[in-house]
Write a protein that binds this ligand. Structure first.
Ligand SMILES: [Zn+2]
Length: 91
């Protein structure tokens, strides 16, 4: 009986770990969908591909690689240099 209780406790930990990892994945997926929805909204509004920091044009190649990019390469690099301690995910 004690063995069964320990096995169940172990399984509970496995289930909680799996749930945690799936919730993290769902959170990342929802974030990715929101980024794409935002890109589609900017496309519809005619502001897609315009850097939100310098209002310059974002290179086609950058948008192809990162369709949700909000900044041109230079502004994104500058932001990551100044905010490197925040570990912001790349848009
Ligand atoms: Zn820029």
């Amino acid at each position: 009986m004690e063995l069964r209780r320990r096995q169940l406790a172990e399984l509970e930990e496995v289930i909680k770990e799996l749930r945690g990892s799936l919730l993290a994945q769902v959170s990342r997926d929802v974030g990715a969908v929101r980024g794409l929805e935002s890109a589609l909204t900017r496309l519809a509004q005619g502001t897609y591909g315009v850097c939100i920091d310098c209002n310059g044009e974002i290179d086609f190649e950058r948008l192809l690689a990162h369709p949700v990019a909000l900044r041109c390469f230079d502004c994104q690099e500058a932001r990551e240099r100044t905010n490197s301690h925040l570990a912001e995910p790349k848009p």
